[in-house]
Design a protein. Structure first.
Length: 74
């Protein structure tokens, strides 16, 4: 994840893309809340700030999984 811009990719339960956005750091959490209900699973690339964002998302009721960078596809 970039420090100022996040590339967000949403899929449904059949892994079909339903949402793709490039969001600024101050906008991305609110955007996720608008499209994903609490309890949804969110996967994130494991990086320096990923644990911070994972805790933020978990506090909002999301299930978060961190993915090793070598397994993340653009």
């Amino acid at each position: 994840m970039a420090k100022q811009v996040f590339q967000v990719h949403g899929v449904d339960r059949h892994e079909q893309p339903i949402w793709r956005r490039r969001l600024s750091r101050d906008r991305w959490l609110k955007a996720v809340q608008e499209v994903a209900e609490p309890g949804c699973e969110i996967g994130m690339e494991a990086c320096g700030g990923a644990h911070h964002w994972a805790r933020q998302l978990q506090a909002m009721g999301y299930r978060v999984k961190l993915i090793a960078p070598q397994f993340v596809k653009p």
